[in-house]
Design a protein around this ligand. Structure first.
Ligand code: MEV
Length: 334
């Protein structure tokens, strides 16, 4: 396994930060052990953590019970700890498929682990997954692994150095580094929030039908080919495979007319695109033709989406050494 930086011991108050993520190939199929490719994106979530008389999140003292991810983190990583006040700023839209819950889970796991003596990078990947999975009840470690590792990562697929091996029940996932082809991507939120857990459950039912295994094999084949095409910097082939992956996502029932409209609007400026994340609303990701990122974003904005031109964020979840440099908020909490 490759050594990524550990999270160092740090006394409270501290700030921790995590990138968001987008999924380029293989969402849903990864829950069933198939290959996935993800990208940590330069839209961060930052959490300031300080000791307090009463635990709260952006002033909400009910949050330790009502905010599923905060609750899950306190239960798993802070048993017996003093109350903590969280101050969260985020550039990742919530419930949009762009990793707000993975980034919140990873940043909070990094911060609480730092306050308790630090943790290895592999340990952080395990903890961030435990926090997210505990809150969501279903899902794979793909999202949290990507935001903990930073950059491009493959799960259960080809790639370079092995980063983490993660498991939950009978599920097993191997996470590998994938080389960055130095492309910009455009992600865009449809404005339709969705629940990852309900989409994962609905797809699970669809995949239990007679053609389910064949569909999973097709997802796997497309994701493996997509990872190889990214490593080979073959933009046209990646675009073709993004479209092919979208056709499979339509077949398992997680596209939405608004997502199809955003993809169609971007078409003249991109080589391919698909929904990203759980679907059923949420966001799309498109790969622009070289130099046409802003045109793709403009076309999507005109069709009613909220676009972001994104680059890979190579630094995974970490302790912020200059916490005064807060992220410009997009939303006030994860
Ligand atoms: C959600 O971002 C990705 C899914 O594959 C669920 C998961 O992997 O946990 C739909």
């Amino acid at each position: 396994m490759t050594d990524l930086d550990a999270i160092p011991a740090t006394a409270l108050p501290l700030a921790a930060r995590s990138p968001g993520k987008c999924i380029l190939f293989g969402e849903h199929a990864v829950v069933h052990g198939r290959a996935e490719l993800l990208l940590a994106i330069d839209l961060p979530v930052q959490i300031g953590i300080s000791s307090s008389k009463r635990s709260s999140l952006n002033g909400d003292t009910a949050a330790p019970e009502t905010h599923a991810y905060f609750h899950s983190a306190l239960e798993r990583l802070w048993a017996g700890g003093d109350p903590v006040d969280l101050h969260v700023t985020s550039r990742v839209p919530r419930a949009a498929g762009l990793g707000s819950s993975a980034a919140f889970s990873a940043a909070l796991a990094a911060g609480l682990s730092a306050a308790r003596g630090g943790v290895s990078r592999v340990g952080l990947a395990e903890r961030a997954f435990a926090v997210e999975r505990g809150a969501q009840g279903v899902g794979s470690p793909g999202d949290t692994a990507a935001v903990v590792a930073g950059g491009y990562v493959s799960v259960n697929g080809p790639g370079d150095a092995e980063l983490f091996r993660l498991s939950e029940g009978t599920g097993k996932w191997t996470v590998r580094r994938v080389r960055d082809p130095s492309w910009s991507w455009v992600v865009a939120y449809s404005g339709i929030p969705r629940s990852t857990a309900s989409a994962v459950r609905a797809v699970g039912l669809r995949l239990a039908e007679s053609d389910g295994v064949e569909l999973l094999d097709q997802f796997h084949r497309v994701a493996e080919a997509g990872i190889r095409a990214v490593q080979a910097e073959d933009r046209a082939e990646v675009g073709r495979l993004l479209d092919e992956n979208q056709t499979l996502l339509v077949r398992v029932g997680v596209s939405h007319p608004r997502l199809e409209a955003l993809l169609a609007a971007s078409r003249p400026a991109v080589v391919g695109g698909k929904l990203t994340g759980a679907g059923a609303g949420g966001s799309v990701v498109v790969l622009p033709m070289p130099g046409r990122e802003l045109e793709a974003a403009r076309r999507i904005a005109r069709a009613g989406g909220l676009p972001f031109v994104v680059r890979p964020e190579p630094l995974g979840a970490s302790i912020v050494t200059n916490p005064d440099a807060e992220v410009e908020p997009e939303t006030s909490a994860s």
